[in-house]
Design a protein around this ligand. Sequence first.
Ligand code: ADP
Ligand code: MG
Length: 698
Amino acid sequence: MNEFLQTPIAFLKGVGPQRAELLRQEINVVTVNDLLNYFPFRYVDRSAYHTVADLRYLDSYAQLRGTLVGINEVAVGRQKKLVAKFQDASGLIELVWFQGIHFIKPLLKLGAEYQVYGKAKMYGNTWNIPHPELTEWQNVGLKTGIQPVYSSTEKLAAKGLHTKGIEKLTSVLALQLKGKIPEILPDEILKAHNFMSREAAFKEVHLPTSEHAFHVARQRLKFEELFFLQMELLLRKQISVSKSKGFIFSEVGTLFTDFYEKYLPFSLTGAQKRVLKEIRKDFLSGHHMNRLLQGDVGSGKTLVALLTMLIANGNGFQAALMAPTEILANQHAETLREMVKDLPIRIELLTGSITKKNRVHIHEGLEDGSVHILVGTHALLEDTVQFSNLGCVVIDEQHRFGVAQRARMWRKNTTPPHVLIMTATPIPRTLAMTFYGDLDVSVIDELPPGRKPISTVHRYESHRLRVFGFMKEEIAKGRQIYIVYPLINESEKLDFNNLINGYEAITRSFPMPNYQVSIVHGQMKPADKDFEMQRFIKGETQIMVATTVIEVGVNVPNASVMIIESSERFGLSQLHQLRGRVGRGAEQSFCILMTGDKLSKDTLKRIETMVRSSDGFEIAEVDLQLRGPGDLMGTQQSGLLNLKIADLAKDSQLVILARDAARSILEKDPNLSLPEYASIRMILVDVLKTKPDWGKIA
Ligand code: ADP
Ligand code: MG
């Protein structure tokens, strides 16, 4: 990076050593480059002023000009609030602070003229603006028009670096950029997207000239950020593919063809066939497969897993299927054994609760090669589990496994076995590109024929008795019912009490001997859990009260009603997962989303989305818009979320453009050796050096 950009921020006019230290501590700004990349979080049009009298017509932020005519601290219970009376020619309002009173109060000047910006609310019969942005009129200066707003901190504000103070620094800096910001995007991209130069873009975001211009400038900088991210991910994939040799499975083998021709109980869906073709191609490529298979609940991923493993077996290799819970591992083992019962295939199940004697027996079978398919939980990862010739690993419900765990499976053979990761949580395309940028992605976007859509309804707590009535009718028809409680955190006492209270209420309304009720939760011993689960699977109990431990994979075709308690507390993707537990048999299935009687607008929108849509990808998209990528993906890979200007939820179009641009460059010039890509190459080399992860792969 050039000298100018690396200049310590202390040397910028108006900073100095003290503020420089504070900027480092508070917002991690050390160099000129850091400050340039400290972007405004909003822009306001400073040329438009409202009046107090306008407020009642205004539904958004207001900008006022007037005088402070009173400053008071008021007790609210044991708390205090700071109230300043603010007046213009048309009326009076209150500015209110609940926090930071001790540092804001001394800054306020009674009788001085101010510019006020914020969202007004009616409170009692006066308007007030909580936590407004406040600038003394004499500091507003002559600048009119669009102004950037920066986030600040209490400590920065105390040293004059509130949003205005930071704006002063960035505008000083923006005026010094001429000739000092080299272009880093190649011409072809600038031309294709009609982007302004890097220098112009930095200047415009900090010193905006018009709404259109700063928008265009931001698009360019967002694109740039996403482009380098995609470049990095694609390069990572390129390197890992070219470095890692994989087993070649040259034929599908007789096991596969026998099963396919003689025992497959139905024909594959078009999507299943397409995915198998993609996997076949990987198996023939000579490289290590690293493939993510996304498919909605019930789309038939298990069958794809089995066929994939049969190809490995048919080529003389062993295969493993890893599931996130013991219940699921059990169920997979049973399903697979049933499906291949007429084939010469030995399937073993390895979980934490397998007895020592059995375990020894299984280990022997793995080592002498007589076990063809091993199904299990995390127990598979243990170093004591050694295979004679492991060729392929299928991981079900990927989001519960970390990258490190994937890597442990790679080490189970001299050449890493092929890896297929299956997830039933559809991820919006733009997120998949980013979070799984180093994987190939296959999608099953088609459900097997003849599924009856699940009827989803929303019921308020106050309708509980009617819901119980409905449950009784369904049970009388021979159906089974799930009731799921949110136990987001298994150790949380309150949640746990809700579950137990709910269970007791159910047993009171559905008494023995007419009704049998099961309960399964994370604090039970695996053996007890399994026992209860089995009772439900066999139809001995009609109601299963559970936590989200039943979320993934469990298959009980006769269960046709899913009731989700406090459903406002679940993420949409999780609700969709839970709903997927029903609708697996021939009967009409129902999902009832129970909520409290009072819901926020956002919550109502989320619940309505669930009622309206059964498309996992659409639901994931809404979830992304409402909750943001962090909540959707968990914090595990949050490094990818440290974007400075782009937003994976809001800028999805740009993500796709950036991905396409990065891909087409790498297709043309995989090593970035052409002169026009020299600047890209230099930046990426830098980026890769600072990521230790990279060295390991490269
Ligand atoms: P998931 O993708 O959620 O893991 P499963 O693999 O459990 O879905 O499949 C759900 C159900 O659909 C199973 O009962 C399975 O036997 C059935 N199934 C899978 N593929 C087909 C198909 N091509 N035609 C009909 N039924 C299928
Ligand atoms: Mg499954």
